[in-house]
Write a protein that binds this ligand. Structure first.
Ligand SMILES: Nc1ncnc2c1ncn2[C@@H]1O[C@H](COP(=O)(O)OP(=O)(O)OP(=O)(O)O)[C@@H](O)[C@H]1O
Ligand SMILES: [Mg+2]
Length: 605
């Protein structure tokens, strides 16, 4: 229970910014509870004084203020009463309606505000988190957090929290009145209530726990569904190429079936709660009716009082039913909230130090000193004891078998990941000491997997430079040899490239990515297989453009086609995460080297 409350308060923290509105909503709830009580109380004069034209009789001694009221009511003419009630009752209902609307609206205001905030916070957090996080999580799972889980939380805040406050107020107020009248009538009445209450609450809590368990499963399945969809939509072509449509259909069906199963199980338990509480409530009510019925028949109690008593008692059933749902909804929301907090409390692996220093340019060199790196909790290091120096203006070529760790190494320079051991320094200062944004602005990357955003070609080229001039964009496109094909598209620079740049060929995408890097014009350049998708003619043209671009810049180029790396100042040969050879194209080719083997292999084909 203590844990439950702790988790629940943590959930409510999402609505912290809306305390003022919540308080106002609470006030409206209090007022509408009072109005509802007043409308129920009208039963007493209505049935005793008007419908039966008798006196109001309450057994036992009343406090002075109540007996004065009862005496006054008994003295008023029934006809006067009738006129009064005809005006007063609609006014009461109208006021109750206004306050009910207000409280509902205010709670929705809070709920929708929370959705907006939590979505923004989550998305903002995604932007802050490091590559390491994206390596661990699936896209679909993250999407489920922003869509599904946030929705569940809103439900808990807009509706369940409202019910919790409003219905509890009603229960408290009505219970007070019922008990008060109940004690006056007979000591047995409150006793009956004491027996009923635990009978209702025990199963409610028990079932609530079960629902929490199912909701965990359901949310897992939603994440699975999302992931599978994201994968197969992105990989639609692969699915078709390998004729795996039926397999994918079955895989989806299987997860969907599990989702269905758990949702039904959860729904069954949630739905059973209401009829159950109602039934137990009715059992209590008939017992009470038996007790008070005898009192009325014997004339010790007027009909109006018993009417009001029963009305207050019955009015508690609905709030109780709603409260039992609150528990179930909250159980679902708590799991959703825990998953959202998991992300919000996630620390980015790559962090900026406090008081990080500025870096505006690379003046001398980049050095790797005894750098060791592994992804996640792998046992083996992906990179081992890397020592490397790149002087300003040098072109460093990284070559080696696939999976040797070339992309991993260059990814350490803009701190996509931090190495576990050793240090990387720019001009003698560890890059961890710099402001991350400034460090990254020094590096332009053309990565191995090219990502174009769903936007125009112009926006895609200008992605790395805010407020780029049109002329600069055109110049970058020309340098990357992209201008010609862009001009052949009817919409030219305004052409929207679809999801993941679907409408462009691999080589075209690559040229856009190169133009993007050219426009960014950073002192450090990383080209990871930047010409791999190009035919030999385009490659030759772009290679020349790239070498012009690389002038005065410190560049790291990774290329499987060794013809690209021949002009590099330094060729670094990788094998299984280690540097095995360093030299120039000429010196390495002369020796009995891995480089020569790679070279021979390529040119003998
Ligand atoms: N995000 C990641 N999480 C875990 N392991 C990874 C990740 N990226 C790469 N690896 C692993 O690290 C090793 C080195 O990968 P890397 O991408 O650096 O190789 P590479 O030399 O660039 O290969 P290629 O020439 O094929 O691009 C590989 O064994 C790969 O499986
Ligand atoms: Mg690579």
């Amino acid at each position: 229970m203590k844990n439950y409350l702790k988790e629940y308060f943590k959930l409510l923290r999402f609505a912290k910014a809306y305390r003022g509105i919540l308080a106002l909503a609470g006030l409206c709830m209090g007022i509408s509870t009072l109005f509802e009580g007043a409308t129920l109380g009208m039963i007493v004069p209505l049935s005793d004084r008007i419908l039966t034209n008798k006196q109001i009789v309450i057994p036992g001694k009343l406090p002075p203020f109540l007996s004065i009221i009862v005496d006054k009511l008994n003295a008023v003419e029934p006809l006067v009463f009738l006129k009064f009630i005809i005006i007063f009752v609609p006014v009461l209902f109208l006021l109750k309606g206004i306050f009910t609307f207000l409280q509902d609206y205010l709670m929705n205001l809070v709920g929708q505000g929370v959705v907006q905030d939590v979505r923004n916070n989550l998305y903002g957090k995604f932007q802050d988190l490091s590559m390491e996080f994206y390596g661990r999580k699936r896209t679909g799972e993250l999407m489920a957090r922003v869509t599904n889980d946030v929705g569940i939380i809103t439900n808990a805040i807009s509706y369940a929290l409202k019910d919790l406050i409003f219905e509890s107020m009603k229960v408290a107020f009505f219970a007070f009145v019922t008990f008060y009248i109940g004690f006056k009538i007979s000591w047995q009445l409150p006793l009956v209530a004491f027996v009923i209450f635990p009978c209702i609450m025990f199963p409610v809590i028990k079932i609530g726990k079960k629902i929490k368990k199912f909701s965990l499963e359901i949310q897992k399945k939603v994440a699975d569904l999302n992931s599978l969809m994201a994968e197969t939509i992105q990989g639609a072509q692969i699915v078709k190429a390998f004729c795996r449509e039926d397999y994918e259909r079955e895989r989806f069906k299987e997860i969907n079936r599990h989702y269905y199963k758990f949702t039904l199980k959860s729904a069954k338990r949630m739905l059973i709660l209401s009829p159950f509480t109602e039934f137990v409530g009715v059992l209590g009510a008939v017992t009470i009716l038996w007790i008070v019925g005898n009192e009325v028949i014997s004339g010790r109690l007027s009909f109006g009082i018993i009417g009001a008593f029963l009305a207050f008692l019955m009015s508690m059933i609905r709030p109780f039913k709603k409260l039992s749902n609150v528990y179930a909804i909250n159980q679902q929301a708590l799991t959703a909230s825990a998953r959202i907090y998991d992300i919000l409390e996630e620390e980015p692996q790559v962090k900026e130090r406090e008081g990080a220093s500025e870096i505006k340019d690379l003046n001398q060199e980049i050095t790797f000193k005894d750098v060791e790196f592994k992804y996640g909790d792998d046992d083996e290091f992906t990179l081992g004891k890397i020592n490397l120096e790149a002087k300003k203006g040098e072109v460093i070529a990284l070559v080696g078998h696939s999976g040797a760790g070339k992309s991993t190494l260059v990814g350490l320079i803009p701190r996509f990941y931090d190495p576990q051991k050793g240090s990387i320094c720019i001009d003698g200062v560890n890059i961890k000491k710099f402001k991350i944004k400034e460090l990254r602005s020094l590096v332009a990357v053309v990565s191995q997997d090219i990502v174009l955003f769903n936007s125009t070609i112009r926006d895609n080229i200008a992605y790395g430079k805010e407020k780029a001039q049109e002329a600069e964009i055109i110049e970058a496109a020309k340098k990357a040899h992209a201008y010609e094909f862009i001009m052949n598209i009817p919409e030219k620079f305004d052409a929207v490239v679809g999801d993941r740049g679907f409408r462009l060929s691999g080589g075209e995408k690559q040229r856009i990515a190169i133009a993007r890097a050219i426009l960014k014009n950073s002192p450090i350049l990383i080209l990871d297989e930047a010409t791999s998708h190009l035919d030999s003619v385009s490659e030759k043209l772009i290679k020349e453009a790239l070498y012009i671009l690389m002038k005065g810049k410190t560049s790291f180029i990774i290329a499987h086609r060794l013809s690209t790396v021949q002009q590099a100042d330094k060729v670094v040969v990788f094998d299984k995460g280690k540097i095995v050879e360093v030299g120039t194209h000429q010196t390495l080719l002369r020796a009995d080297s891995l480089y020569k083997k790679l070279y021979d292999l390529q040119f003998s084909i």
